[in-house]
Structures are given as C-alpha cells and as structure tokens.
Design a protein around this ligand. Sequence first.
Ligand code: ADP
Ligand code: MG
Length: 269
Amino acid sequence: MNNILEATSINKIVELGKNNELHILKDVNLEIKEGEFVSVMGPSGSGKSTLLYNVSGMDRISSGNILFKGNEIGKLTEENLARIRLNNMGFIFQNINLLKNLSLIDNVMFPALVSKDADKNKVYKRAKKLFETVGIGTIRNNNINQASGGQLQRVAICRALINDPDIIFGDEPTGALDSKSAAEIMSLLTEINKKGTTVMLVTHDAKVAAKTEKILYMVDGKIVAQKKMSKYDAQIDNIKEREESILKWIVENTDSYNNKDVSEEKMTK
Ligand code: ADP
Ligand code: MG
C-alpha cells in the first residue's frame, strides 16, 4: 500500500514575542497508508491539533517535509494547496464550523460549488444522497439552529465528503457529543473508511480510538508510541477489550516517558 501522507522530521515553532518561542512539534515523523484509519491521542497541549493542521496543509510547518500523495506540501503555492485541500481532503472539527445563514444542505453543497464549472444539479443530488446516507435526509432544508449537535456533526461529515476526498481529517469530531451520537458518528466514519477513504482523527477518547487501526500517541510535541490493531469490525471485535488494551498502553507509555525524562535529567546533572 502506498503512503497517502508522509511527514519527515517536522517542526512547528511559534514566535510568541521577542526571544520567546514555543516549540510545538519536535521532529515528528509519521506515515499514513492509503485507506488507513488512524487516531492521534495524547494529553491536552501535547500538539495533536497542531499536527493535524500542519499535515493537512492548513498551517505551514517551520521545518521538515510533508508529502501528500507524493506532493511536497511546502513547495506548493497557496493556490495549489488550497485546491488540494478542497478536492482531496475533508475536514471535521469539534466546533462544527457551519455557515449560519445557509440551510444545512447549502452548507454541504458549498465546497463543491466553489469551482466555477460545478454542475449545481449534480452537486445537489450528491448532497441529498449524503444526507440520506448519514440518516438526516428529512432535515436537509432546515437552518442550523433547527438541528441537534449530533445532527450538525452529521452535516459536517456530509460536507467533508461532498468532494469525495482521499482523506478525512477530524479534530475531536465526537468531542462535543453524547456517547450515543459519538458512537453513531464513529460507525459512519468506519463505513466511510471501509469504502477506501483514509481517516485521521484526533481524540482523547479510547472508545473512539478503539475503532481505528493505528494509534499515534503524542507527548510534549513528539510521537512517543504507535499501536497497530486489526481493522475494527463490529461483528467480530470485542470493543471493550480493544478499549482496555488502549488504556493500558497509554498508561505504559506515559510511565515510560516520565521515567525516561527522569533518567535523562539525572544523566545531565
Ligand atoms: P492539543 O491539541 O494536543 O491539545 P495543540 O496542538 O492545540 O494541543 O497545542 C499544543 C501547544 O501549543 C499548546 O500548549 C498550545 O497552547 C500551543 N499552541 C498551539 N498553537 C499555538 C499558537 N498559534 N500560538 C501559541 N501557542 C500555540
Ligand atoms: Mg486539540
């Protein structure tokens, strides 16, 4: 399988003021294969969102190299990068980001109508089908304030899918949902992934990570561990077991990271 995304030694440094900079990503390497379902976990502030924004070209790294389908992101013009983001990537965020004065279906159609030669009728049909697929066909003409959080997150998924992307990036896409809606959104993402779309999600929830097949664990701007599992299959897998093994793995990695810190400190003293 080819890598859809490859990051080599990426660093993100933010200037906060004179002689004051924050090193957020520290020599991070990662590989995501086409069709993979990946989650990123780690304590709050460890750099998960920053990693997602940078590998998806929403933000620019300070140094290092990112390849998306073989294209070096850092070498693309803003225009070409924007085109790739629009046509090849879908985004789902925790705080949904829909446009308030558009109906739900207009929000979903929006990214597909940006291109001048878009066929509005075709886009409408595709959007309508997506609403049906995620189970909210009847509310497509509603306004945003007439939909629940779980429904809005489904709308966000439709919008992420409207241009049939190669990869979907999600930053805590279930973070603001009750556990039932969160499970439903994860089933949808699992279905989408089974059809071949790569998915990369940031989550702090082991229940969410348990449905993915590779977990990257971040601490303090670095990926300190990686866990691979089989693709999740509701029919065969015991989700509870997967979740427990993830929680155990997190504890192990946090411990070993803390111990490593202590021994490094001792060595330099
Ligand atoms: P996570 O998603 O793991 O909680 P983030 O990637 O959002 O972590 O942030 C990592 C660290 O970098 C945090 O300490 C955050 O406050 C800081 N940070 C992120 N972006 C910026 C920015 N643009 N300016 C200043 N600090 C930032
Ligand atoms: Mg975050």
